[in-house]
Design a protein around this ligand. Structure first.
Ligand code: NAD
Length: 554
């Protein structure tokens, strides 16, 4: 018998429309793509990635969204509240076709307890970042960001690459699964601890991880050997990070680089407590959620304590955006923030130039369309060797999941230029169908997240959340195809506000104008946000590129 997701999730491809226009069609195909079994982590439960990050509130809402998108006129806008379609309004042709708000809770109540209560009552869902905003493209979506992080880390600490080093991490889920591949792309050895064997198998099947073992000794031996030989290798080690790290310390093993990407942002659904089987964890979660959260948080504290100890032993240690330091601090580990987050440590200079994880997807379903756009990057951005190397590496190593897609970090000016080229290629018929262009919410001007993207801002503005709201508003005004405003993505309830945008290049003149506007304002908000915080690189970018910032000095 077919499962519910097999019945309902249909991956539409080709040039035949199932809706009244390409903008609605793009939303429909991307919603379906988010839940494609090759893309989503748990499509049966509408879960795309990142703990319980969902694409729709429940199957009834999913059906209603699909129906609404199929009926939506070219001058109407569908409103989606936490995964449920709630209204359709007549707007105009250049307005967004869909506006989405996910998991937003009045600040004084913005915690997981309130969220779970609302979720249980059927009033809300957790949208994560790209799950509830329908622009998740599988683990590739994070690979380049992860690669950028490791490449910058290598540059700062080891010369040009990670060759001859061992990186230890945990969590090989939807996003975390990108780590082993990114480390090997940077020439290093990776041990990825993962408590769920099916997740390791999935990373091996999609070539994100090379080998697996359930033996700690074997993992260390394989890693040390590869390190000595300067050979890139990724190892999925079956185990619980909270237990394995202390065992490693006992054995005297210290990695060169240390981080973590378990879903620590969500103590109830994202982290498995120490010494617990998956089955026992599932049963306890059901039976006694507060006891589960207690054990889960205590295990995270144990995990972070070990990370701090390994840091003392010399491991270059950083937080990889899951808020595990905050949980440990709340559990009494006073120095939990002694290791930095990855954004201030490695990524912020790129944000200052409006750079971030820009992505595009071939609505045709034809990989050839992506290959042609790859060629454009290699031709038009040939001055950027780092970017061109990335594209070549991605072509060779990245297997598509669901609709063919590509990601690369482009900055202010580059995004608008690339958008126009793609639109022209659709218009001329060089590409077989429209392309949808979007980005992660983890971007230069679209997120306020004091333990992650906006950690340690120069002017102390870490918790100021006006920026993502302005970003969403300007992108909607500019005519993005869908715009979303979320709370709690990445780091969990109470710790972030962020916005998403997706826009279709359908080859029309109207789309050309919309692309020019949105792909300028969107990274432009990133430049403005970092100018306002006093970053020189952002000021230089604004000056060189002519971003109009009324109160910029000089
Ligand atoms: P996911 O829920 O798909 O995967 C988490 C994985 O961790 C699962 O496979 C789970 O089995 C494993 N896990 C849980 N507890 C464990 C334990 N104690 N020991 C070992 N493994 C354990 O989530 P994801 O999409 O991979 O995201 C992971 C985290 O990274 C989230 O907190 C997310 O918000 C964050 N994130 C960071 C970035 C970034 O760029 N830094 C981007 C996206 C997501």
């Amino acid at each position: 018998m077919k499962t519910v997701s097999e019945q309902k999730v249909i991956q539409y491809t080709g040039t035949k429309l199932n809706t009244k226009g390409w903008q609605q069609e793009a939303a429909l195909r991307m919603l379906m793509n988010n839940l494609d079994p090759d893309v989503a982590e748990r499509p049966e439960d509408l879960v795309v990635y990142g703990g319980i990050g969902k694409a729709a509130r429940n199957w009834e809402s999913f059906d209603a969204i699909v129906r609404s998108l199929k009926e939506l006129e070219n001058d109407e806008t569908l409103m989606v509240q936490s995964g449920k379609p709630v209204a359709i309004f007549k707007t105009h042709e250049n307005a967004p076709r869909v506006l989405i708000a996910n998991s937003n809770i009045v600040p004084a109540y913005a915690n997981w307890e309130t969220f779970h209560e609302l979720d249980k009552k059927g009033l809300m869902m957790y949208g994560q970042m790209t799950a509830g905003s329908w622009i998740y493209i599988g683990s590739q979506g994070i690979v380049q960001g992860t690669y950028e992080t490791f490449a910058e880390l290598a540059k700062q600490h080891f010369g040009e690459s990670l060759k001859g080093t061992i990186t230890l991490t945990a969590g090989l889920g939807g996003m975390g699964g990108a780590q082993p591949l990114a480390v090997t792309m940077a020439g290093g050895v990776c041990i990825g601890i993962e408590v769920d064997e099916t997740r390791i198998d999935r990373r091996i099947a999609t070539r994100y991880t090379d080998v697996k073992t359930d033996s700690l000794d074997e993992a260390i031996r394989m890693a040390e050997e590869a390190k000595q030989e300067g050979r890139a290798l990724s190892i999925g080690l079956l185990g619980n990070a909270a237990d394995v790290l202390p065992q490693m310390i006992q054995r005297g093993f210290t990695p060169d680089v240390l981080t973590d990407q378990t879903s620590a942002h969500d103590p109830l659904n994202g982290y498995i407590p120490s010494k617990m089987s998956l089955e026992d964890a599932a049963a306890l979660r059901e039976r006694d959620p507060s006891e589960y959260v207690k054990l889960s948080k205590a295990s995270m504290a144990q995990h972070v304590r070990s990370m701090l100890e390994m840091k003392e032993q010399g491991a270059i240690t950083f937080d990889y955006g899951n808020n595990i330091r905050q949980v440990a601090k709340d559990e009494g580990i006073e120095n939990a923030f002694d290791f930095p987050g990855f954004v201030p440590a490695y990524i912020r200079p790129q944000f200052c130039e409006g750079k971030g994880p820009f992505r595009w997807v071939a609505l045709s379903g034809d990989p050839e369309d992506i290959r042609k756009t790859d060629e454009v990057i290699l031709r038009e951005f040939s001055y950027n060797t780092h970017l061109c190397n990335w594209i070549k590496m991605a072509q060779e190593k990245i297997q598509f999941q669901g609709l063919p897609a590509r990601i690369c970090w482009l900055g202010y000016g580059e995004r608008a230029r690339f958008g126009k080229i793609i639109n022209d290629m659709v218009a001329s018929g060089e590409l077989s169908a429209p392309i949808v262009i979007g980005r992660d919410h983890l971007d230069s001007g679209s997120v306020a997240s004091p333990n992650r993207e906006t950690e340690s801002m120069k002017d102390g503005s870490d918790v100021v959340a006006d920026w993502p709201i302005l970003n969403a508003m300007v992108n909607a005004v500019g005519g993005a195809t869908w715009v979303s405003l979320h709370h709690g993505g990445g780091v969990g309830m109470g710790y972030s506000i962020h916005s998403g945008m997706v826009i279709v290049a359908d080859g029309t003149k109207d789309a050309e104008a919309r692309l020019e506007r949105v792909l300028t304002t969107d990274p432009g908000m990133g430049v403005a946000r970092h100018v306002d915080a006093g970053y020189d690189i952002a000021e230089k970018t604004a000056r060189e590129k002519g971003v109009n910032i009324p109160m910029m000095k000089g």
